[in-house]
Design a protein around this ligand. Structure first.
Ligand code: FES
Length: 134
């Protein structure tokens, strides 16, 4: 097993409601700068990239945290002008969670009420046990 890679993926196709701008690109830049500025307060390295759509289009902008053998979180209604601090805080928390699982009260600020999905990393465990049994 290799070193887990932590990733943050941001939708670059989302548009602010009733507007044409695509805040995902700005969110990527601002979050990269904020994660860099946080330095060693984040114990894992995060790769931050964009993707065209994550099917949360009704709640722009969407962002996902994912990593090997950890739960995946999809958040919506994220605003680059208001939510960078919460996103960095969640990166700090997510980095130290063994299986990535946390309840809503452990998610900072707006992320507490704007979680669109929390997907457990259970399939990997099932696959591992299947391999061990064969
Ligand atoms: S356009 Fe952003 S989630 Fe679909």
């Amino acid at each position: 097993m290799g070193i887990p890679i932590h990733r943050i993926t941001i939708c670059t196709s989302c548009k602010h409601k009733d507007e044409t701008c695509r805040p995902g690109y700005e969110l990527i830049e601002r979050l990269r700068a904020a994660i860099d500025a946080a330095g060693d307060t984040i114990t894992e390295e995060f790769e931050i990239s964009g993707v065209a759509c994550m099917a949360g289009c009704a709640q722009p902008c969407t962002i996902v945290y994912h990593s090997t053998r950890k739960a995946t979180y999809l958040f919506g209604d994220i605003d680059p002008d208001q939510d960078i601090e919460d996103l960095v805080s969640f990166a700090q928390h997510y980095a130290v969670l063994g299986d990535g699982w946390c309840s809503s009260v452990d998610r900072p600020g707006k992320l507490r009420s704007h979680t669109l999905a929390r997907v457990p990393a259970m399939m990997l465990a099932v696959e591992d046990s299947t391999v061990r049994m064969s």
